[in-house]
Ligand binder design. Structure first.
Ligand code: 26M
Length: 822
């Protein structure tokens, strides 16, 4: 029989080929001979988007069923990474599309590489949100992600003369085929002005917020496909614009420039992602961003709720709203305002609904990352919310007084307002009071949250606290990033592991199989060769694919201790200089990561890496046994290249500082061994893979605390350790700065006199552990065995496991398979 497939939905190679040509002609408006690579990429992206559209539309339809419970994930960041290949994998059409592209005389990889990744996040927190959206869809959970459609995402990083240079990320400049604007669901958001009491036409005393400014929020929807299921959830990101009538008031009195100024402020709100992580600055525009997207999201949820035929007093039954750190915590006050001021609900009912809607995830213990807003600034932008927060606080502290009778300390620390010095609003306290669940992101982290930063809240409401160890999606971080390893694994144990990662356990039986080990090692080598070529192209540095690939990629921060890694490199360099014929394991040190533009020490750490690299890479005595590479512009796309190529994963933060880490999981899954401290999820990774397959070093959290309590003096370590002294002296004398003793002085002074992250205290333990790594690497057979066992035992670190726990323990939401009528 002759079957004719629809150009929009058909999956045969022939139909896909025709659809590609059709889109190029009619959507891109190009003849093939005039089309750019990007035109072909866009055409292909639209071919794929067509094919997910039925599932997306019927998934959306489900949201509006009255009984559908929806997870609403509120996050200022979603660090998605490229969509095209991910969607091909999830829709299970990769082979057909490859074939169709080839038959169109195009190069599949070239088209994939055209995509500009949406870098709408800084690092771990934003990437976690993206992995969680993937798992929500793959587990068929109805979910909406809400965030900001930044016009400029995380800056592009260039390295010039060894220093970081930031450039704007113009990710939208060639068009974004994955988003659909929904102007019909636009909402308005108020800012500034004042409040005034009034009596409504039912005789009720109410408060009216008279704003100084109104901005419009326009939603842009991106489909989030699940792996081999019909569920396609929506990521709804908001763009700010001036309302159409923006200029009338001011314009009529002739203030044209004032009117345009207002328009600029409105459009600035979603303009750029703040590139700081783990250090907040209290900037007005940032508060506006947070309030803007949260208000848009809550108004949108209320619309969905009412459209699904329900009353607002059951809002918490319709939605489970997760706060990704305190960035969206203003939502607690905004939902109260919407319910009370705009929907006439009584305070007690509104509080009942609100405090049963929100759940809060904490991602950091660093005090400098805790968000506080000066009461002045807050009241200027959000006068009504300040009143509501005062009222929440008054009622809350009344309850606290009953519980901790007469203890002023508790009251001061629990208060939503910090009264010491300049008064400020504490967003973590607001999130805790307004949420029914509070979780940390790894076992150790949750314990530290309970015993340190949120201790008083834990004592008040211990039942709210729980742990949800982070996870990462095996679809992107194995199937997509590492197809060769994926095929080898599936050839032995089938492909169920992609949805049920615990099934990787089945690989354990092959760990001692010489043939399997050989294949495993060959795959790693071939991926290392590809990376070596990439490094050559991007940096001009030649590296040896047979050397150990030792990788440290993450945001640059003192607590993550990239400088400890550099001290190790200099130590090896000194050994070679003292004895050029020394027998040491050749290594390629690969660094990647961005520094916050305002974080001078982090930027100097980058210069430290590149400067040491320049000397080590070019010293003839080294004879290419050590190579140091700093790859510019570390992002999701590059992560997908580097995790599969890594043999040693560096997870060397000061114990107690890294909340969880997620890169650590991506490395392990791809068969890298970890050298790490007992910090964050490293602890759980070591538990899973076995202590004998993990290189542990360094002080433990209580030891760090004790050391500091007893007056830590880093100088003592310098003074009493000759190798350490030699390393630091070499830096101080300008060996890595063309004789300039000043360049690295701030870094050295900090290490020798303050060393807040106890780098010097952990130095010797780190060196000793690295020497064990060297020895272990010489036994390639056993190394490969350990590598296989690492991958086999990382089942726990699938984000599917994390999300299942959130669903069961916090959100109380069940899968809802989507039916697509044929
Ligand atoms: C806050 C205010 C103003 C501007 C920026 C921020 C801000 C943005 C991102 C603060 C922190 C941000 O991210 C923190 C983060 O990424 N934390 C990491 O979260 C991961 C996921 O849970 C953990 O694995 C990491 O250990 C943790 O460092």
């Amino acid at each position: 029989p002759i079957t004719i497939e629809d150009d929009r939905t058909g999956l045969s190679v022939e139909t896909l080929r025709r659809a590609l040509a059709d889109h190029l002609y009619y959507i891109q408006g190009k003849l093939p001979e005039h089309a750019s690579k990007n035109d072909f990429y866009l055409a292909l992206a639209f071919v794929v988007r067509d094919r997910l559209m039925p599932r997306w539309l019927y998934s959306k339809k489900n949201y509006l069923q009255p009984d559908t419970r929806i997870v609403s994930y509120l996050s200022a960041e979603f660090l998605l990474g490229p969509h095209l290949e991910n969607n091909l994998i999830n829709l299970d059409i990769q082979d057909e599309v490859r074939q169709a592209v080839q038959e169109s005389n195009l190069d599949y990889q070239v088209l994939i590489d055209q995509e500009e990744e949406p870098g709408l996040g800084n690092g771990g927190l934003g990437r976690l949100a993206a992995c969680y959206m993937d798992s929500l869809s793959s587990l068929e959970i109805p979910a909406l992600g809400y965030g900001i459609r930044y016009e400029f995402g995380i800056f592009d990083q260039d390295i010039r003369d060894g220093w970081q240079v930031e450039m704007t990320d113009k990710w939208l400049q060639f068009g974004n085929p994955w988003e659909i604007a929904r102007p019909s669901f636009a909402v308005t958001v108020k800012l500034g002005g004042h409040t005034e009491p009034y009596v409504d036409n039912q005789g009720q005393y109410k408060v009216r917020w008279v704003p100084a400014q109104i901005v419009k929020g326009i939603p842009y929807d991106t489909p989030i496909t699940g792996y081999k299921v019909n569920t396609v959830n929506t990521l709804r990101l908001w763009k700010s614009e001036a309302p159409e009538s923006f200029d009338f008031q001011v314009f009529n009195v002739g203030d044209y420039y004032g009117a345009v100024d207002q328009k600029i402020v409105s459009e600035n709100i979603s303009k750029v992602l703040y590139p700081n992580d783990e250090q907040v600055q209290g900037k007005e525009l940032r508060l506006m961003q947070q309030f803007f997207f949260v208000s848009c999201a809550l108004q949108d949820m209320i619309r969905i709720h009412l459209t699904s035929g329900r009353r607002l007093n059951t809002f918490h039954e319709k939605f489970a709203v997760q706060l990704n750190d305190t960035h969206p915590a203003i939502g607690v006050a905004e939902l109260m305002r919407l319910l009370i001021d705009e929907h006439d609900m009584a305070w007690d009912t509104a509080w009942d609904v609100t405090s049963r809607s929100f759940a809060f995830t904490n991602h950091t213990l660093l005090p400098e990352a805790l968000e506080k807003w000066s009461v002045d600034l807050f009241g200027r932008i959000l006068p009504r919310h300040l009143e509501i927060i005062y009222e929440i606080n008054r009622r809350f502290l009344d309850q606290v007084r009953v519980k901790f009778m007469g203890d002023e300390g508790h009251l001061e620390r629990l208060s939503l307002i910090d009264e010491s010095g300049h008064r400020s609003v504490r967003m973590a306290n607001l999130a805790c009071v307004g949420s029914y669940s509070i979780n940390g992101v790894a076992a150790l982290h949750t314990e530290l949250v309970k015993s340190t930063i949120l201790k008083d809240f834990y004592e008040l409401s211990p039942e709210k606290f729980n742990n949800k160890t982070n996870g990462v999606t095996p679809r992107r971080w194995m199937v997509q990033a590492n197809p060769r390893l994926t095929n080898l694994i599936s050839s032995k144990i089938g492909d169920n592991w992609i949805k049920h990662l615990h099934e990787l356990k089945g690989l354990e039986q092959y760990a001692d199989d010489p043939g399997f080990r050989h294949e495993w090692r060959q795959i790693k080598l071939s991926i290392k060769r590809d990376l070596a070529e990439h490094i050559q192209r991007r940096t001009g540095i030649t590296v040896n694919p047979e050397s150990m690939f030792d990788v440290l990629v993450k945001r640059i921060h003192e607590y993550k201790r990239q400088h400890l890694k550099v001290l190790h490199i200099i130590t090896l360099y000194n050994r070679i200089k003292a004895n050029p014929d020394i027998d040491l394991t050749p290594r390629t040190f690969i660094f990647g990561g961005k520094a916050a533009p305002g974080y001078a020490m982090a930027k100097l750490m980058i210069k430290f890496v590149t400067s040491v690299g320049d000397v080590v890479n070019n010293d003839p005595d080294v004879r290419d046994r050590l190579k140091v590479v700093f790859l510019p512009d570390y992002n999701v796309t590059f992560g997908q290249r580097v995790y599969p190529a890594a043999e040693l994963s560096e997870q060397i933060s000061t114990a107690g500082k890294e909340a969880s880490g997620t890169g650590n999981m991506k490395f392990s899954m791809n068969g890298a061994l970890t050298i790490g401290t007992l910090d964050g999820a490293n602890i759980e990774i070591r538990e899973e893979v076995g202590a004998e397959n993990f290189f542990l070093f360094g002080l433990k959290t209580p030891e760090v605390q004790e050391l500091k309590a007893n007056g830590y003096n880093p100088w003592d370590y310098y003074d009493s350790n000759e190798t350490l002294k030699a390393v630091l002296d070499l830096v101080a004398h300008g060996h890595f700065s063309h004789g300039d003793p000043e360049l690295f002085r701030p870094l050295l002074d900090n290490l020798l006199h303050h060393d807040p992250f106890v780098v010097l205290a952990d130095y010797q333990a780190y060196i000793d552990c690295q020497d064990q790594v060297d020895q272990a690497y010489r036994d390639q057979d056993n190394w490969t065995r350990m590598s296989i066992l690492n991958a086999a035992r990382t089942g726990k670190f699938s984000s599917d496991r994390s999300i299942s726990e959130y669903c069961e323990d916090i959100w109380k939401v069940k899968p809802l398979p989507v039916t697509v009528p044929i």
